[in-house]
Design a protein around this ligand. Structure first.
Ligand code: ATP
Length: 586
């Protein structure tokens, strides 16, 4: 559940073999996480569900599995070498590095921030804050000027009294206590020391290819999987039976040297992405072929793609597809929202971008993004590689050929006016149209880009519940249960013999277990009371537990206990399999 603390989730994940801190025996390494036996099963299920939904069940998407290290020119063309950076600052006192835009969040998350927040929860009262400086803060914030020096405390006190509203923001108040007499001071969230001005820090991990450690041999671990799709675009176009509109999907590891990895696996330095580049005709091509372009104002039916959809409809279509997938994996529709980036937040080439945000215990944060990126990426690779990224579209050529000179001129005038209104070069519009009339254009792209680790974290947070129960003798009882959807649950079924010292029952249970294991991950447990075995499966989110007993030997039925309702039903193996298959359908 969303209000469960991250500490509770991370401790369950460690205890039950979902997630461990990487290299823990050597003290761990910040921003890197290992997925244990149940964690890697669950992660695989998420990726399989994505592949199934995005590639296998569609006729218009193909897959790619490209390398992590690619030609460094790819990152020059994509802009990652020059612009893929975060603003970073350093504390002049404790030397810690942090992302400049996360300073206030880091402070609020820490012990000092939480303690100060408690003091000012009903508003800034100068006397109460001074009391905190003289008392509790001596233990947790002793380097703050107002804590270490009585004169500085007086200065801070006077400033708070004069204008308490100015310090309603917790980080502003902390900054005042760190440096009461210095305007514009930016306080280190860890020690109160002064932070340097932010400077850009490139997030790509560098490496060297080959034995010679020379600048010419520098390469990068990919910071996203998407660029390989653009780099392989023409190969895929020439070697597969695809035509626009179509998509190329890829999933795999990405690496970002995040300045401050935080919030458990949410911001890691090594993580996995699931990305789709869905290539569409430019709206001008749609207009040529169909005589019109459908936009969201036309209130289109988003369930079935149509030839006359413009980029805006395709974008919304993919937002809906992604929401459907997230929901199918088990997040309730009410737990995530769409955030539509405002025009001033959009990258210069993007026409729209939606973040799907989930209410994590540490706040509403991006789960994944769906961007309409125009023809920017393929154009960049065309410029930098010198290779054409245009496609030939016979329908577009035929439609253009059918226009008479006057119609062509009117079309040209309209497109040039539209490009000019969007701040684009009219000469480029004319060049684009010259190619378009020959049936050639660079496709535009819609990019749904999701993180496996973030999805898994959201599913873990959503699934967790501590339930108070009453047992059948009326005694208080409790259980921890992970309400995973069967699609992502790491174990689909637990199989138990009711007793282990009756060979017939035992062998029958083994037979059923081995049969089920051919299709799904099943867990064998023969030790302890059945109730205990149920609890162990509840904690890892196993949807069903099968208990094989004496009756199984007579009529082939066994009890199936449902994790969420705790109800038990007798079923035969074929009945159980049919029910399970139905629940596992994507
Ligand atoms: P943020 O703003 O949170 O840094 P972003 O906008 O840079 O994310 P994208 O570049 O759009 O993220 O990457 C697409 C997806 O990849 C994200 O929505 C997220 O699910 C995942 N992702 C990105 N960075 C990380 C990371 N450091 N750790 C885990 N997942 C990540």
């Amino acid at each position: 559940m969303a209000n469960t603390s991250m500490d509770v989730i991370s401790s369950l994940c460690k205890r039950r073999g979902f997630i461990y801190h990487s290299s823990e025996i050597y003290g761990g390494i910040n921003g890197f996480w290992d997925y244990g036996p149940f964690g890697c099963e669950m992660k695989r299920n998420i990726k399989n569900a994505w592949w199934e939904f995005t590639v296998r069940t569609r006729e218009d998407v193909v897959g790619l599995d490209a390398t992590i290290i690619m030609h460094p020119s790819i990152w020059k063309a994509s802009g990652h070498l020059s612009t893929f950076s975060d603003p970073m600052c350093t504390c002049r006192s404790c030397k810690k590095l942090m992302r400049a835009d996360q300073v206030a969040d880091i402070f609020t998350d820490g012990e000092c921030g939480k303690s100060l927040a408690e003091v000012v929860k009903d508003g800034v009262d100068a006397a109460k804050v001074a009391g905190w400086c003289k008392g509790k803060a001596k233990g947790i914030a002793k380097t703050l000027a107002a804590v270490a020096d009585a004169d500085k405390l007086t200065a801070a006190f006077n400033a708070m009294k004069a204008d308490p509203a100015k310090y309603a923001d917790l980080y502003a108040l902390y900054t005042l206590l760190a440096a009461p007499e210095t305007e514009g001071y930016r306080a280190c969230p860890y020690c109160g020391g002064e932070l340097t001005e932010p400077r850009p820090f490139n997030l790509m991990f560098k490496t060297v290819v080959g034995p010679v450690d020379d600048p010419d041999n520098v390469a990068y671990l990919r910071p996203e999987t998407a660029q390989a799709i653009f780099a392989e675009f023409t190969n895929i176009l020439n070697s597969s039976r695809v035509s626009v509109p179509f998509g190329i999907a890829q999933m795999g590891k990405s690496f970002r040297n995040e300045v401050t990895p935080r919030n458990y696996t949410f911001r890691s330095r090594e993580f996995e992405q699931m990305e789709l580049e869905f290539f569409i005709k430019p709206d001008e091509a749609v207009e040529l072929v169909c005589g019109h372009v459908v936009t969201m104002k036309d209130n289109p039916d988003l369930s079935t793609p149509a030839k006359d959809w413009g980029w805006e409809v395709w974008h919304k279509y993919w937002v809906e597809q992604r929401k459907a997938w997230i929901h199918r994996c088990g997040l309730p529709a009410a737990s995530f929202t769409e955030y539509w980036q405002k025009p001033d937040e959009l990258a210069h080439y993007a026409r729209a971008c939606v973040d799907i945000e989930y209410q994590f215990p540490f706040g509403l944060q991006e789960l994944e993004g769906i961007a309409a990126r125009s023809d920017y990426d393929l154009t960049q690779h065309q410029i930098h590689s010198g290779q054409s990224m245009e496609v030939f579209d016979a329908d577009v050529k035929a439609a253009a050929a059918a226009l008479d000179d006057a119609a062509k001129a009117a079309f040209t005038e309209k497109v040039v006016a539209d490009w000019t209104a969007r701040g684009k070069d009219p000469e480029k519009a004319k060049k684009f149209l010259a190619s378009l009339f020959e049936g050639r254009y660079i496709p535009h792209v819609i990019e749904p880009s999701a993180g496996v680790d973030r999805m898994m974290l959201a599913l873990l947070c959503n699934a967790y519940e501590e339930q108070k129960l009453t047992d059948n003798k009326g005694k208080d009882d409790s259980r921890v249960v992970m309400h995973f959807s069967p699609v992502v649950a790491p174990v689909k079924v637990g199989v138990f013999p009711i007793v282990k010292n009756k060979p017939d029952v035992y062998e029958k249970a083994r037979e059923i277990y081995k049969d089920l294991r051919k299709r799904v991950s099943a867990f064998w447990d023969e030790s302890g009371q059945i109730g205990r075995r149920y609890r162990r499966q509840d904690e890892i989110g196993t949807p069903w537990c099968i208990t094989v007993d004496f009756q199984t030997l007579e009529d082939g039925t066994f009890t199936v206990r449902d994790r969420d309702t705790m109800q038990q039903t007798r079923m035969t193996l074929p009945e159980f399999k049919a029910m399970m298959e139905e629940a596992l359908l994507m």
